[in-house]
Design a protein around this ligand. Structure first.
Ligand SMILES: *Cc1c(COP(=O)(O)O)cnc(C)c1O
Length: 486
């Protein structure tokens, strides 16, 4: 393809843009329980308007745009008091949870390097429920991951974490809550371990850190997870999840400036301007900063308390409703407005397809060690009014699937592995064949995805990952034809 010879006028262009959405998941209907954290059209409009107003400003140089430095300072200050920090607490605004985690891991790694320069490969001690972003940080930053098991409620086991600590440990991690199961780790006990052993404890509160303090005020029992807990060094908290700000908004918070100092990067060894970057990005739009500031100030404390009440009340109806459907179960009772739905009687991967056929979008989660395969549901205020509909669809789908055989493809893949047929299964060709078994033609995904998920669940994890990487390496391809207008 080539750039069109002449430009389109704005009106025609925006009409085109709208038609391109046709096949995107319809999250505005309240039938999507992942990807979008929806607090209604008014909050969305406020975020968009503020984003547009500061879109062109560049946060690369805080001295050139004091407005952006001001937004960041206020956001950090508000979140510091929300997380019961003190005058010493500092933080940085980032583009999302992954960047916040990258920054914290980098800081912890560099502190270890400063204190123990003889350690060649620092380690990250992770409960298996810790978010994949920590694995990504370890991959990017040259750390080794040491995984530890979790208990039957999918919470970290402090003694197991402690047993994994060596002089190479740069950081231990707890989640508040974990994404897959929505449970809060025993952060106070992890804090004691961190203090006793002198290691850095990061609390990943990306998804729940904003709303959980409101849950506490609504009378829920919430495990302490913030700076009131001794031993906590840093916390990540996403504003673009349950603070309902437009995407590109997260904070990484530190107990004090000395810890955060290890996060910063500076370079004056080139011919251009001095680069001093607190986080990963350099040039960055002021839009996400202004939008986050605007949404927080638009909703205010009372607004968030009300949204927290809605999600809390919706979650109670959701959990009770799921338990009442024959064949469906909860992996665990969550501490937050998220749930992992499991089943012994039917395939949760087919359940995802059966829901999609009914117009509901939910997320499959693969099994890992003691965690069974499940269907993930993240509840937003925007879909709390649709819970009865979701439950009715789940019941119908479960009725349809109960008694039907499942797992054949998984068994086939396992059989082929045991028979040595898949030993040589690496490289694009073998992966193409495997994907073909699951109904994938090229990068064309089948309408029903259960086969693919079943196969991924049956494959040894390393092989499943390679398969997905091959697929995605083909998926992101230069377009051969124009986007279809529908
Ligand atoms: C979403 C999430 C992350 C990663 O955040 P992104 O904004 O997707 O980069 C990390 N940890 C937890 C617990 C999360 O829910």
């Amino acid at each position: 393809m080539q750039l069109p010879a002449t430009g389109l006028d704005a009106e025609a262009l925006f009409q085109k843009l709208e038609t391109f959405r046709t096949h995107d998941i319809p999250w505005r209907t309240g039938r999507t329980f992942a990807y979008v954290y929806d607090a209604g059209r008014e909050v969305e409009a406020v975020g968009k308007r503020a984003y547009g107003a500061f879109l062109t400003e560049n946060a690369i140089d805080p001295t050139a745009f004091p407005s952006l430095l001001g937004f960041e300072g206020e956001l950090v200050s508000i979140v510091a008091s929300h997380l019961r920090g003190d005058e010493a607490t500092v933080g940085s605004f980032t583009s999302g949870g992954t960047e916040s985690i990258l920054c914290a891991v980098k800081a912890a790694r560099d502190r270890l390097r400063a204190e123990r320069p003889h350690v060649a490969r620092p380690e990250l001690v992770l409960p298996i429920t810790a978010h994949a972003a920590f694995h990504k940080a370890a991959h990017y930053l040259g750390l080794d991951v040491v995984q530890v098991d979790v208990d039957a409620s999918f919470r970290a086991i402090p003694a197991a974490v402690e047993a994994a600590i060596t002089e190479r440990t740069a950081m231990i991690v707890g989640s508040a809550p974990s994404y897959a199961h929505g449970v809060v780790d025993p952060i106070p006990a992890l804090g004691q371990v961190a203090k006793r052993r002198g290691v850095w404890l990061h609390v990943d509160a990306c998804v729940g850190g904003w709303l959980l303090p409101f849950y506490r005020r609504l009378g829920e029992e919430v495990t302490d997870f913030d700076f009131s807990v001794e031993g906590v060094s840093s916390i990540s908290l996403d504003l673009h999840k349950y603070a309902f700000c437009p995407k590109g908004a997260s904070l990484v918070m530190y107990r004090d400036k000395a810890l955060r100092r290890h996060q910063l990067f500076g370079c004056t060894d080139w011919t251009g301007y001095a680069v001093i970057n607190p986080n990963v990005q350099s040039s960055r739009s002021g839009g996400s900063l202004a939008a986050a500031w605007a949404v927080l100030h638009h909703l205010g404390d009372q607004g968030y308390l009300e949204l927290a009440r809605q999600t809390l009340e919706g979650t109670k109806r959701l959990l009770a409703g799921v338990k009442a459907i024959p064949g469906l179960d909860l992996a665990v009772t969550p501490d937050f407005c998220m749930a992992a739905v499991t089943s012994r009687e039917l395939s949760v991967f087919h359940l995802v397809d059966a829901m999609k056929a009914r117009g509901w979008h939910v997320q499959p989660q693969l099994s890992y060690r003691n965690s069974p395969a499940s269907v993930h549901l993240s509840l937003s205020p925007g879909n709390s009014a649709k819970i009865e509909g979701l439950l009715a669809a789940l019941r119908e789908a479960a009725d349809e699937l109960r008694g039907l055989p499942f797992g054949q493809l998984g068994a086939m893949v396992k059989g082929a592995l045991q028979g040595g047929l898949l030993q040589a299964a690496s490289g694009p060709e073998a992966f193409g064949q495997l994907l073909g078994m699951a109904g994938v033609q090229g990068t064309q995904l089948p309408e029903r995805m259960a086969g693919i998920h079943e196969m991924l669940d049956a494959l040894p994890r390393g092989l499943g990952r390679e398969l997905l990487l091959e697929f995605v390496n083909d998926l992101y391809a230069p377009a051969r034809q124009e986007l279809a207008e529908v």
